[in-house]
Design a protein around this ligand. Structure first.
Ligand code: ADP
Ligand code: ASP
Ligand code: MG
Length: 346
């Protein structure tokens, strides 16, 4: 099987979804399974809508319009996602009355609707183009996760259940990215941009030959193109290089994406939906030597720097351990560490 993941921009309007259908048709003999994000902008609309609802202004109009316009442009019935929109409407009304405000659990449940609606639209459109396809809600298909709302990870047993569920699907499975289900049955999300992570989770679950991540750039570039104009595609990256770049801010893939691919030894290729013939970037266990010494440069905003100094640090054992205990107790992730004789900066 082949996993093809399409991001928000690739599913952002009818023309792009048309291209997606052609890309899928051209690969039908390789048994593609699709993983889809929400249409571009919809997750933001949902999260903003939830916050506005909790502040007393429930308003679903923009989301409803965005979904209806897209379905109409695809030549599908606008009412296709009305069940989801009606559920959202009820949740928004409920939020207005909720004194506890917006728990992360509630935000995940609401954010999940972007992908829920997107897979219904994509599967229906593929069928319209005479490609047999079925929408699959990943949480219902066994993508079990821990209960860390907003940044959940799959539980080991998720792979087997999800793999057999996906294999049983009739036609091309069109699977929700981004969402999973905690052991208590509540909806979780894998974090913003989490559909990339879903793609490799599905890849590992079905033991795919390759995971293709279709986006709006021709691969991992030498720098963030929004900051550095003229950044160039990198032909090949090792798993380790791609993980490091993603972790340190290269937004093109979610930081956890590489992990399931490494575990299953599956290559990941980043491809451009708008330029499908461009080779993109292949990510695997090794890459040819040579080329530039610097592979790519990533940057990250919103970093907090903590400087720990103590006059009693010199010659003391256990100082660092006690400091890091504090981060662990607060479930704070430390990205980088620099130490000197008298201070630790994290
Ligand atoms: P998708 O919706 O397909 O998941 P994203 O917006 O999440 O797409 O990721 C693709 C975007 O990542 C690109 O449009 C680009 O602006 C940004 N980006 C940041 N750093 C890099 C990089 N090193 N290489 C390529 N793209 C990058
Ligand atoms: N729709 C989600 C987001 O906007 C997940 C994704 O696009 O990968 O973050
Ligand atoms: Mg993304």
């Amino acid at each position: 099987m082949l996993v093809m993941k399409f991001g928000g921009t690739s599913l952002g309007d009818a023309a792009h979804i048309g291209t997606v259908a052609s890309l899928v048709r051209a690969r039908l003999d390789r048994e593609p399974a699709l993983v889809c994000s929400a249409h571009a902008g919809v997750t933001d609309l949902l999260l903003d809508g939830a916050r506005a609802a909790a502040a007393g202004n429930p308003d679903l109009d923009r989301i409803r319009r965005r979904e209806h316009d897209l379905l109409t442009a695809l030549g599908l019935k606008a009412s296709l996602v009305d069940p989801e929109l009606d559920e959202l409407e009820q949740m928004f009304q409920g939020l207005r009355l909720l004194p506890a405000g917006l728990a992360p659990q509630v935000l995940d449940q609401i954010a999940a609707y972007g992908e829920r609606m997107s897979v219904k639209a994509v599967a229906a459109y593929l069928r319209k183009r005479r490609i047999p396809a079925t929408a699959v809600q990943a949480d219902e298909a066994g993508l079990l996760t821990d209960a860390r709302y907003g940044r959940a990870s799959p539980l080991p047993k998720a792979y087997k259940t999800l793999g057999s569920a996906v294999r049983k699907v009739k036609g091309v499975p069109v699977i929700t990215g981004f969402i999973g289900r905690a052991p208590d049955g509540s909806v979780t999300t894998l974090g913003r941009s989490g559909s990339d992570f879903t793609a490799t989770i599905v890849g590992r679950a079905v033991n795919a030959e390759v995971v293709l991540i279709w986006t709006d750039v021709s691969g991992v570039l030498t720098a963030d193109p929004r900051i550095v104009t003229g950044a160039l595609p990198v032909e090949a990256l090792t798993y380790a290089e791609a993980s490091e770049l993603a972790y340190y801010g290269a937004k093109v893939i979610h930081p956890a994406t590489i992990q399931p691919a490494v575990e299953a030894g599956i290559p990941v290729r980043i491809k451009n939906t708008m330029d499908p013939d461009a080779p993109g970037t292949v990510i695997g266990p090794s890459r040819p030597r040579g080329g530039s010494k610097v592979t790519s440069i990533a940057s990250k905003r919103g970093i907090v720097l903590v400087n720990i100094t103590s006059g009693r640090m010199l010659g003391q054992s256990g100082f660092m351990a006690r400091g890091f205990d504090a981060f662990r107790d607060h479930d704070d992730v430390v990205d980088l560490i620099a130490t000197s004789e008298g201070s630790v900066t994290v």
